[in-house]
Design a protein around this ligand. Structure first.
Ligand SMILES: Nc1ncnc2c1ncn2[C@@H]1O[C@H](COP(=O)(O)OP(=O)(O)OP(=O)(O)O)[C@@H](O)[C@H]1O
Ligand SMILES: [Mg+2]
Length: 211
């Protein structure tokens, strides 16, 4: 059965595309058939990464309109193990529709107030989608995270206030995440043991959630 993961956040630059690309890399390393969909073609960052990926199990798609996205998602059903959709940092019909296809929605946040405000705006959207598709799972992803006392407190506070579950393994601020984006690879195949190890833990949690 094809599993759909959307990466969504209204705030720009929180790591949506980075997380989408690295997750695609992880699932390819497990010999899964992966489709990476760039639904943010104003930037086309995921497409640029995808064009460098060499793996027979990998395909990429880009969508400029809602109808293209819906067609692509419908057509991908049963053809792939995993479909990952990188959404634009705007609340559009594109985002709403992608949610309705999603088994799992990842909502990246860093420990900065604007991210939380943007995340709380998304909650309404998710609730609306849940009324149509009750089994959608939403998880906060802590990205560029530094485990200082202050940040850990803030993280707990935000988890409580937003009331969403989190992926337990945060992702640190490592240059490796930027480097691999320019190389068409992922941190698991890159010489940065700490990034690799945390991303493997992170990905295993994701894998469990979509089983
Ligand atoms: N964990 C990380 N460690 C270091 N750098 C990171 C990390 N995550 C993302 N970045 C860097 O932060 C910048 C923004 O990341 P990215 O493009 O993935 O965000 P985005 O949410 O997709 O942005 P946009 O909303 O513009 O599409 C990039 O330069 C990326 O390389
Ligand atoms: Mg992006």
């Amino acid at each position: 059965m094809t599993k759909y993961i959307s990466v969504l956040q209204l705030k720009g630059g929180v790591g949506k595309t980075t997380i989408a690309a690295n997750l695609a890399g992880y699932f390819l390393s497990k010999s899964k058939k992966v489709l990476a969909v760039d639904a943010d073609m104003k930037q086309g960052t995921l497409s640029a990464w995808s064009s460098m990926v060499e793996d027979k199990n990998f395909q990429s798609g880009s969508t400029f309109s809602l109808s293209e996205l819906i067609n692509l998602l419908k057509e991908s059903d049963e053809k792939f193990d995993i479909v990952i959709v990188d959404l634009p940092p705007r609340l559009e019909d594109l985002a709403r529709s992608s949610l309705l296809f999603s088994d799992l929605v990842l909502l990246p946040v860093t420990t900065s107030a604007p991210d939380f405000w943007a995340a709380s705006d998304i909650s309404e959207l998710i609730e609306a989608a849940k009324s149509e598709k009750p089994d959608i799972k939403l998880r906060l992803v802590w990205n560029k995270f530094k485990p200082t006392k202050r940040r850990l407190e803030l993280k707990d506070q935000v988890n409580k206030e937003l009331g969403h579950d989190e992926i337990k393994q945060p992702l640190s601020d490592y240059i490796a995440y930027s480097d691999v984006m320019g190389m068409g690879t992922w941190v698991g195949a890159y010489n940065h043991p700490k990034a690799k190890s945390e991303f493997l833990e992170f990905s295993k949690e994701i894998e469990k959630l979509i089983k």
